[in-house]
Design a protein around this ligand. Structure first.
Ligand SMILES: [Zn+2]
Length: 276
C-alpha cells in the first residue's frame, strides 16, 4: 500500500491511497468513523434550587430548555482528547471505573442570566488545555433571574456507541478517475469539452484533461462523445477525504485508525490459524 498525503490540516485530510482494494479503504473509512475513540460529555449534573450570585442576588436554576436537551447539546461540544493519556472508564485500572484523571474530564459551568451560555463557559477542572476547542457554540439563552450551575463529565467512547464520540466526519473516498481517449481524435471538440460539469476538459489541437482528480465519474463526456472517451475508476487507487471536529487532529485520527485496523487484522489472522 502506498499513501500520498496531499493535504493534512488539523481538521481535515486528503490522501491518495494506491495498491489496495476497495474493501481496505472502506474498512479505513468505517474505522475512522466508528472505532477511533474521543472524549465527549456523558454525564451532566444540574444544580437545583436557588443560586446566589456574588452580588447577593438570588437566581432561579432554570433555563428555557429541558435539562435533557441542554445535556445533549453539551455532549456534542468537541473537547480535546489526549489518546496517550485517556482510557475508557470501564477499562480504567487506576480507579476500576469510579472515575479518575486517567479516564474522566470534569467541567464546571456557572452562568447567570440574562445572556447566552456558550461552550466557552465550560471550564475544565484541572488542566486548562482541555477547555472546549471552539468557545463560541451557543447552548441556551438565559433570561433575567435565570442561572445555570452544572458539572459535566466527559469520558472516552467511540462512534459505534454514539455519534457524539465520532472522531472523524465526512469520511469518504472515490476511485481514481481514468479517461481513455485519443488526444488527436478530430471528433473530440469544444462541444464535448463544454459538457463537463467540473470543467476539466480542454479542446484544441489536442484534446486534454486539465485536472483528472476533479472528475466525478459522471460520464457525461462519454455519453456526449458517443464512446470516443471512456470513463472508468481505477479500483486499486483511491482519493480519500475526511474531517475531524478537532477533538483529535486529522493526523492523530488517521494514525489511531490504522493502529486499530492493524490489531483487528492480526486478531482475525490469529483466530484463523486456530481453525481445523
Ligand atoms: Zn479511572
Amino acid at each position: 500500500m502506498k499513501v500520498d498525503v496531499r493535504e493534512l490540516e488539523d481538521d481535515r485530510a486528503f490522501l491518495l491511497i494506491e495498491d489496495v482494494d476497495p474493501s481496505f479503504v472502506n474498512a479505513l473509512r468505517r474505522t475512522l468513523m466508528a472505532d477511533v475513540p474521543k472524549m465527549a460529555i456523558e454525564d451532566v449534573e444540574f444544580h437545583l434550587g436557588p443560586i446566589r450570585g456574588e452580588d447577593g442576588k438570588e437566581y432561579e436554576s432554570v433555563a428555557p430548555l429541558f435539562d435533557e436537551i441542554i445535556a445533549h447539546r453539551l455532549s456534542l461540544i468537541p473537547v480535546p482528547t489526549d489518546l496517550d493519556l485517556f482510557v475508557r472508564r470501564e477499562e480504567c485500572e487506576n480507579c476500576g471505573g469510579e472515575g479518575c484523571t486517567n479516564c474522566t474530564l470534569i467541567y464546571s459551568l456557572n452562568k447567570k442570566g440574562p445572556g447566552t451560555v456558550f461552550s466557552g463557559d465550560l471550564h475544565p477542572i484541572g488542566d486548562s488545555k482541555f477547555a472546549p476547542i471552539d468557545p463560541n457554540i451557543p447552548i441556551v439563552k438565559l433570561g433575567e433571574g435565570q442561572a445555570m450551575l452544572t458539572y459535566a463529565t466527559a469520558v472516552l467512547g467511540s462512534g459505534r456507541d454514539h455519534a457524539k464520540w465520532q472522531a472523524a466526519q465526512a469520511a469518504s473516498y472515490k476511485y481514481y478517475p481514468v479517461l481513455d481517449f485519443d488526444p488527436k481524435d478530430s471528433g473530440l471538440g469544444e462541444e464535448i469539452a463544454n459538457v463537463c460539469p467540473v470543467n476539466i476538459l480542454e479542446a484544441g489541437e489536442e484534446f486534454r484533461v486539465t485536472d483528472i482528480e476533479k472528475c466525478t465519474l459522471c460520464k457525461l463526456c462519454e455519453e456526449k462523445s458517443e464512446g470516443r472517451i471512456k470513463v472508468r475508476g481505477d479500483a486499486a487507487k483511491f482519493l480519500f477525504n475526511f474531517e475531524t471536529d478537532r477533538s483529535l487532529t486529522a493526523r492523530q485520527a488517521l494514525l489511531k485508525g490504522l493502529e486499530i485496523l492493524d490489531v483487528k487484522f492480526r486478531e482475525f489472522a490469529n483466530s484463523l490459524t486456530t481453525l481445523k
